[in-house]
Design a protein around this ligand. Structure first.
Ligand code: ATP
Length: 591
């Protein structure tokens, strides 16, 4: 089944950080203004009908029951028709409001996720995934709620004005009496929300804390079990859960203190209308119908006044959430596509010229590296741990940009390539391959989703993965467990190599990508690679003598520099530093 085409977000976030959060979000509101306006119009119409009904009840009582000049059934019929109309309008208002809300949420999610996907390695080195997750979910929800529901609550509040005007026209003094408790309800509502606001933040952050504990322990369950730390981790979760419980209890206590007062105030309003209105009826200054209608208004009007507090708090919450979202959106990606891209003929020539690089935290990883790997050559990078070997791989694929010097692929600066072209030219297989919870076919075809089964199988054969995949009950259609944990480490690495091979990059970098693979199988993989493409350049970060043995040339890396180069035998004979590294950092699996 072909995937459903993605609808591009209709609105965006204004890029100017000096604008207020609402002005920056305004393009999203504007993009959905037709839906929002429809929902608000329906909601306004529904409220007008709602205000109208008590007035009809009043006229019905006064004319059909008290004065006996009207026909009761006419009023009952009219009220029934209005009630049905109100039901229909309210249904439409709700429908359109929710549609507006979810359309806005869709846009916000797409904008944030697209930006996250564009961010470079350096951003993810600093970011915490739990934090990003919460920004991409609850913060987006908070902003969406305010943008969509805020105007609707405001409409409900304006209707209070309409109802008050109607009451004034019927009986001004009694209208004032009916409205007396409303400001008190509004003030109490605002105060209650103010008291609840910090606690609700606490609840959110503590819930995120629980989610982090659960997430980490599910992800890291193998380590937890390996160290028999189950009970300790359960205790950690219990403590996090207890903090949530405390926050929720505090929240309930605050609500418990305010809500009875807020709930009883309208009853006080009803009593006052009955008392003052009753006296007026006895004096002939009001009708019985008026008292009944005003009773309905007192009950009808209190929710908008209660919601005033809510809307203020929603606004504060949305403002804070929007800032957290904007923080992500305002972070520029360090690795940008070039303005005038160059795309030379692919040959597989890799050259580092005086390359210097420090990670964002300041750790210097490359310190003037000079390295030239010719087309078709297989070079092994050998060095002590932390010497900068993996960094070479990351810079060749431009996951980061050099701080000084040059990285050239086929004579062109990697910064001048369009990023997708560069990533097609330089394939990287990391030591810890990440597999998605999809079929093996889809995992291997990740770089080229349109690849045929034949292409996938060819790549798998070359990577030494075909034999084990074929033996699985569902073969290439087997869906691997989360992160590929249903496969062995070596099998995962072979699938990752197949994934890189399918793209057929002229430069292939295996960053210790065969560490979990049997030496014999590794040899077969390299033979297959050699057969598959004679002129492919391969750089292997090697930690085993067996892997080193597969290379044409070995480059010794120390403190971010290439300090020696030659065949394994040459270095072994002439380079004491090479011998030292072999002794301490390379496992003694014979070639
Ligand atoms: N994401 C990162 N953020 C900060 N520093 C990093 C990061 N990745 C690596 N480093 C540091 O950069 C230096 C070079 O790391 P690199 O991973 O390139 O070494 P390596 O030679 O591949 O090591 P190993 O053989 O242990 O894999 C080390 O000091 C390391 O601690």
């Amino acid at each position: 089944m072909p995937p459903v085409p993605r609808r591009a977000p209709k609105g965006g976030i204004h890029p100017d950080p000096s604008k207020t959060w609402l002005r920056r979000a305004w393009p999203i509101v504007r993009a959905h203004r037709a839906l929002l306006a429809t929902s608000l119009t329906c909601s306004f119409a529904g409220l007008i009908v709602q205000v109208w009904i008590p007035d009809l009840v009043r006229i019905g009582i006064d004319e059909a029951l008290v004065a006996r000049t009207g026909d009761l059934t006419v009023y009952v019929g009219l009220i029934a028709v209005l009630a049905v109309t109100q039901g229909v309008i309210n249904f439409l208002a709700r429908l359109y409001l929710l549609r507006t809300a979810y359309e806005m949420e869709y846009d916000l999610r797409n904008i944030v996720f697209t930006h996250l996907m564009r961010m470079s390695y350096a951003f993810y080195d600093r970011a915490q995934s739990g934090e990003l997750l919460s920004r991409a979910t609850s913060d987006i929800r908070a902003v969406q709620m305010y943008l969509a529901f805020g105007p609707s609550i405001l409409v409900q509040c304006t209707i209070a004005g309409v109802a008050f005007a109607l009451m004034l026209s019927i009986n001004a003094p009694l209208a004032v009496v009916a409205m007396l408790t409303m400001p008190v309800i509004a003030v109490l509502g605002v105060r209650m929300r103010k008291a609840i606001f910090p606690v609700s933040w606490l609840i959110q952050s503590r819930l995120a804390g629980v989610a982090t504990v659960v997430d980490e322990n599910v992800q890291g369950v193998r380590i937890v079990k390996a160290f028999a730390a189950e009970q300790r981790q359960v205790d950690t979760l219990a403590r996090a859960a207890d903090r949530v419980r405390w926050a929720y209890t505090t929240d309930s206590r605050i609500r418990g203190r305010w809500l009875p007062v807020m709930d009883n105030l309208p009853r006080l309003g009803l009593a006052m209308v009955l008392l003052i209105g009753g006296l007026m009826v006895l004096d002939g200054n009001a009708t019985v119908g008026t008292i009944v209608a005003f009773n309905s208004y007192v009950l009808m009007l209190q929710p908008p006044f209660r919601m005033l507090g809510m809307i203020i708090m929603m606004g504060q919450r949305a403002a804070a959430s929007a800032q957290r979202i904007y923080e992500i959106l305002d972070t520029p990606t360090e690795v940008l596509d070039p303005v005038t891209p160059v795309v030379p003929e692919p040959r597989g020539d890799v050259r580092f010229e005086g390359a210097r690089f420090a990670y964002p935290d300041g750790t210097v990883a490359l310190d003037g590296l000079d390295l030239h790997v010719r087309p078709g050559e297989t070079v092994a990078l050998v060095g002590a741990t932390g010497s900068g070997k993996s960094t070479v791989a990351r810079l060749a694929a431009r996951f980061y940009d050099v701080t000084a010097g040059l990285v050239l692929i086929d004579g062109a600066d990697v910064r001048d390539y369009p990023l997708p072209t560069l990533r097609d030219r330089v394939g990287i297989v990391p030591d810890e391959p990440f597999l998605f919870s999809v079929s093996l076919h889809d995992n291997i075809a990740f770089g080229h989703p349109e690849a045929t089964r034949e292409q996938v199988v060819t790549a798998a054969v070359a990577a030494g993965a075909h034999a084990f995949i074929e033996k699985l009950p569902e073969g290439y259609d087997t869906v691997v467990g989360e992160r590929g944990y249903t496969l062995s480490g070596g099998q995962r690495q072979r699938v990752a190599i197949a994934r890189a091979l399918l793209v057929n990059p002229p430069v292939l970098i295996l960053d210790d990508a065969t560490s979990a693979i049997d030496v014999r199988v590794e040899h077969e993989i390299h033979e297959a690679l050699r057969d598959l493409m004679h002129d492919r350049t391969t750089i292997v970060v090697a930690h085993r003598l067996a892997t080193i043995g597969l290379a044409d040339r070995v480059v010794l890396i120390e403190n971010g520099r290439a300090i020696a180069s030659g065949t394994h035998a040459q270095l072994l004979a002439n380079e004491p530093r090479y011998n030292r590294v072999l002794a301490t950092n390379v496992s003694e699996v014979t070639i």
